[in-house]
Ligand binder design. Structure first.
Ligand code: SAJ
Length: 422
């Protein structure tokens, strides 16, 4: 089949490349000319392990092209962002725009698959919009069995940094507007997915995706709340968690400076927004995780006040370990807030950055490397658990005053992390 992927971002581009590798002719559509040009020249505009080599290969082979304008295809995969608005209401504008984009070229027998994280009911909305724009095509699931098109929801569940691997090995949950639609979409995923492909309804599949990320958010919130309580009680939270996790049915996640990225900090709000009265736990988890960043700023500020004037190393800006993605990063929030207050004392170490993000403009903070920080900074605030930070031996940091929000240095003699070793 010929395949069109709408949206060449963190999910769309790797998906387009993998489908192209499976032998299909793939056209990637994006609204940004720079993205289209970059892909057509065999390069990538995002960092993801092995993606550049794969895109180069499939573009050279002629199975992947990019364009600003849509063309007819047999399968359309929509992978555009679904952000939220100021009041946390989901914004499905880009999904509906994508439906408007493809509507004119749809033909009998086409399959449309939505992959963007979406509130429950979005795939049906997409179906309704297409029905309105193309009254000549019989759409599925609106009385009668509209067999001209197949429409399904199939969420991605890949972890940044492991996208190419997880796109192939993870199980997929494929929700059809009708069972027939799900089977049609399954035939597409079977081309490149080695994990299980399990079919369900579109609404269940939409909720499954939101549930996965809300589950993780709630569990991280538990760890973050525990870290604040341990701090008050002057206990080492890492020791508490390590020992509690020896219980066969307890598995507490890791506290940190807050929850970042564009999924876990966003998706739970979609559930809360659809049923505000019945979601106190999910809402509170979001609030606990956001508040953890403020707590880290407060504790770090106290540390800075204890040793006035000395330079302070903030280790890491990424939203999690070993990636170059700074979107919605609690580390950026914490370090930039400290920089706004303490200006030129702040040295940021981030091997994945070539310059400080805009949040640091005018603060006087500087980007430096880990060697210089070890030589010049008596205070270390660990915000990201990059391997390069984890590997710094005790001999190089024994005399530092450390606030280790990620628990990467359990042997540190002078630290605040839950208070015990402060
Ligand atoms: N974090 C903690 N403590 C932990 C685990 C994570 O503080 O114990 C923080 C991280 O540092 C980061 C944030 O949570 O700031 C999110 O990181 P993550 O690794 O949990 O997840 P993401 O955002 O990279 O990817 C998630 C994944 N979802 C789940 O694990 C349920 C991924 O499978 C999804 O595909 C992705 O969201 C998505 O696109 O929705």
């Amino acid at each position: 089949p010929t395949v069109s992927v709408i949206g060449l971002g963190y999910i769309g581009l790797p998906t387009a490349a993998i489908v192209a590798r499976s032998g299909c002719h793939v056209l990637g559509i994006d609204v940004t000319p720079h993205v289209v040009d970059t892909v057509n020249s065999g390069h990538v505009h995002i960092e993801e392990l092995d993606l550049d080599a794969l895109v180069q290969a499939v573009v050279a082979r002629g199975t992947l092209r990019a364009s600003l304008t849509v063309e007819p295809a047999d399968v359309f995969v929509i992978a555009v962002p679904t952000p939220f608005k100021d009041d946390h209401a989901p914004d499905t504008r880009f999904v509906l725009d994508a439906a408007r984009t493809i509507a004119p070229v749809l033909k009998v027998g086409d399959t449309i698959i939505l992959e963007s994280t979406s509130p429950v009911g979005t795939t049906e909305q997409l179906r309704d919009l297409i029905a309105e724009l193309r009254p000549d095509l019989r759409v599925p699931g609106r009385g009668g069995d509209g067999v001209d098109l197949s429409i399904a929801y199939c969420p991605e569940r890949v972890l940044p940094g492991r996208i190419l691997h997880e796109l192939v090995v993870n199980d997929r949950c494929i929700g059809g507007i009708t069972p027939r639609c799900a089977r049609k979409a399954m035939a597409f995923y079977r081309r490149f997915v080695r994990g299980q492909c399990i079919t369900t309804s579109a609404r269940v599949a939409e909720m499954v995706k939101l549930t996965e990320n809300a589950f993780r958010d709630v569990n991280i919130a538990f760890a973050n709340e525990l870290s604040i309580v341990a701090d008050t009680m002057q206990l080492d939270v890492w020791e508490v968690i390590r020992l509690a996790n020896l219980h066969p049915r307890v598995n507490i996640l890791s506290p940190g400076p807050g929850v970042g990225g564009h999924c876990i900090a966003v998706d739970p709000w979609f559930i809360v927004h659809s049923d505000p009265d019945n979601t106190p736990l999910i809402r509170t988890a979001r609030e606990v995780n956001d508040r953890k960043s403020d707590h880290v700023v407060e504790r770090a500020s106290a540390l800075l006040a204890a040793m006035p004037d000395v330079p302070v190393a903030c280790l890491g800006l990424a939203f999690k370990a070993n990636i170059d993605d700074f979107r919605e990063s609690p580390a950026v929030k914490v370090a930039a807030t400290l920089a706004q207050k303490h200006g030129d004392r702040i040295r940021v170490v981030e091997p994945y950055a070539s310059a400080l993000p805009a949040a640091f403009d005018g603060t006087g903070a500087e980007l430096t490397d880990i060697d210089t920080a070890i030589e010049t900074c008596p205070i270390f605030i660990v915000l990201v658990d990059h391997d390069i930070f984890r590997s710094v031996p005790l001999s190089e940091r024994a005399t530092k005053l450390v606030y280790d929000t990620r628990g990467i240095w359990p042997d540190q003699p002078v630290t605040i992390d839950g208070g015990a070793r402060a």
